[in-house]
Structures are given as structure tokens and as C-alpha cells.
Design a protein around this ligand. Sequence first.
Ligand code: EPZ
Length: 426
Amino acid sequence: MDRLHIKGGAQLNGRIPVSGAKNSALKLMVACLLTDQPITLTNMPNLADTRFLAQLLETLGVEVYWPKGESTCHLNAAELKSTIAPYDQVRKMRASFNVLGPLIARSGHATVSLPGGCAIGARPVDLHLQALEAMGADLRVEQGYVKAAAIHGLKGAHINFAMPSVGATEHAMLTATLAQGVTVLENAAREPEIEDLANCLNSMGARITGAGTSKIRIEGVETLGGTTHAVMPDRIEAGTFAMAAAAAGGDVTLEGAPVAALGAMNAKLREAGVTVEADEEAGTLRIVRNGSRLKSVSVSTQPHPGFPTDLQAQFMALMSLADGTSIIRETIFENRFMHAPELSRLGADITVRGQEAVVKGVPQLTAAPVMATDLRASVSLVIAGLAAEGETVVNRIYHLDRGFERLEEKLNACGASIERRSEDED
Ligand code: EPZ
């Protein structure tokens, strides 16, 4: 298993290109199931998660042409050979569950494993299932699998979500494109990835309006065609590098950044005393901190356009170095503070009380071996390691490889000293 050895203390200076968004790419890939025509996705992030989903799609009969390291992925679901998504594949990568609705829409039936809980919380799929049932799918849960059929086809429905769920909104939207009649999604999630998916589906011939707002209208069509679509840039990757620069100090410009999607984070960084120059037209975000200590800022995670839960761990790493006390509230997931005790190993002063973490900033962190249980938690340890004195070793970095493309290469190009070593090399 690989580890990262991070020599802390170096400032970051330079330019970092932002990759395509993991959480958009995963749903865009699923869209290929809705048509027998080829789909080409450009700006695809080369990640363990996207590669993993490609394997599941291949199991279902999709022809995937995506040479290693390349950012263009060709998907062709001309003929499906299976409508079963097995436990091992869905358990490892929850976004796989989103094949359920598209498979029903395309084939009339599907059997997809329930994903189960994960490291950041229980993460039920009740809202997904309610939406599919409202559209006429007949669902049974047997031996951990959802067995679904829509003998008379799927029908448009009025769905009012009990809470805005990114996954359920996307799942319902994907499925409704081929349902008969009009579907209206109320209290829909407004994350930018949903708009990206709607744009791709519309370019395939779908009729979706309102994506990016809390009310989405989908007029079902008979068939969808092929398309070529560029995956939107990853706002979480961009936000992570912004916080790395703020923690280490220096002057970093993010290129190809989804600037408009990062408003809440930019506001918090500015409050903390970081200079943020956002140029929406150029797609650049310049982050500068020279010398001055960070100020403590409190934050509460919220659905978009609020502060994203996927940047909470990184912000905690930053606040552990700030002057004063900050309160970090996690409102989206019930168990997303697993990074707090690991940050404490680096000298951070953090007390977790239920859904709140009280972070008392310290002037300096010091290196230690650490490990994390999920992707964003792992990268928060990298951020802390960049600012800490000495050599921090981050273990279990397969989490990082699930969601960050060439992480150490991009940071090292700006002056960081991060080395990937396998356990055998130690
Ligand atoms: C997506 O997960 C992202 N994953 C997550 O990113 C992200 O943290 C999350 O949205 C919130 O922004 C992908 O896009 C692949 P939700 P998702 O449904 O869709 C509850 C990362 O690190 N809920 O918006 O699963 C749920 O338990 C990952 O990249 C139900 O109760 O998130 C949670 O508390 C982690 N019933 C809340 O809603 C449901 O049927 C929001 O979850 C569905 C969700």
C-alpha cells in the first residue's frame, strides 16, 4: 500500500490546472445507459472511482474505450447484456447505485445492490427509491438487492423531496428523461454538477429546465441520442488547492477553476485573511497569503450554494492554524469528523461535540504519521502536513487516489515536497 511522505514548511507558488469533476463525471458516465448511441466525455478525471464505474458499465455491456491516462472517454451502450449491479461494485462506490433508474428506463427492469452505510454516515437511499416508485417502478428489496420492474413503462411524476439530495435529484432526473409525460422535482438539490448533468442530457435530446434551481422540470422523450460533453471542472479539487495554498502560504493561481461555484468558500477564505482574486471569465482563482497569520472563522456546511461538506475537513485543517477559536458545524453527514483525531496527532487542538467541532488554532503543527477513512479527510491531512514542521506520513492513500488526480505532482510543481512510497520501500 502506498504512503505519502510530506516535508512540511515550504510555501506554494505557481499555477495548478484543475481537473474534471469526479462527482459530475460519475453521473455523466451513467447517462450513457439511456441511449444506444455513443457518448464521448472529455475532461474526464483519471481516478480510481471513475475507472471503477467504467468497469461496472462494462459488466452491464457498455463498450468503454478510455486509454489509461487519457482524458477522453468513449462509452457505447448499443446493447446491454446485463441489468444486474452486484454488491461488490455498488458497496465500493456508492454512485454505482445511480444505474438503477436508467436501467429500468432502458430495459424495463434491473437488480441493483443497496450500497449500505459508509465511513461518513448511514447514507440511506430512500429518496432515490421514493422517486423511482413515484414514476411507476415496482420495487422489492430482497437479500440486499433492489429488484425493480416497470412493466407498463415509467411515467412522469410530481416529486417533492423531503430534503435536497444530490444523488436522488440526479437519479430522478436521469430516469425521468425517458419517462412518459412530465416530471417535476421540487426541493431538488442545486449543486453545479446537477446542471452539468442536465446540460449533457439536453445535448442528448432530453428536455430539462430549471437544473441548478430547487424546481426541475423534465419532459420525457421517446429516445435519447449520442453526444460529446466536457465534464465541468472540479470545484472540490479547486477548493482543496486553495486551502493548501492558504495553509502553506504563498501565491497560487488555479487555472480552469469553476469560480462561480466557489462563492461560499471564497467568502470564508477572505474572512480568514486570505487574498482571493476570482476571475470568472478567465476561470482563474488566485490565492495569496504572505506572512500574516490566519484568523479563525466559523462555518456550517450547507447544501449548495452554502459551504460544501466536501471542503469541511480541509477547512478544519486550515482553522487548526488560525488565531482564535472556530466552530465547524457539519449538517449534511452525521459522521464526518474522522479527520479531527488525526489532525490532533499533528498538534491541532480540536474538540468534537456531536455535529460541532471546536477548533482552537495553534501557531504551529508538527509532523506525525496519520491515516484517514475517507477521501476528503485524507486530503485535509495532506494540507496540514504541508504546513507542519517535519515529515508527515499519510497512510492509506488509496482514498486520495479515488478523488484527486496527480495530487502530489500538482502540489510539487508549486514547491511542495511530497513523495509517494510503497510500504516495501520503508
Ligand atoms: C454527493 O453524495 C457527493 N457524492 C458527496 O461527495 C457529497 O458529499 C454529497 O453529494 C453532498 O454534497 C457524489 O456526488 C458521488 P446527498 P450524495 O444525497 O448524493 C441524506 C465526496 O467526498 N439522504 O446529497 O450521496 C444523506 O444521508 C462525496 O466526493 C437521505 O437521507 O449526497 C445525507 O445526509 C462524499 N436519503 C444527505 O441526505 C436519501 O435517499 C445529503 O446526501 C439520500 C440522501
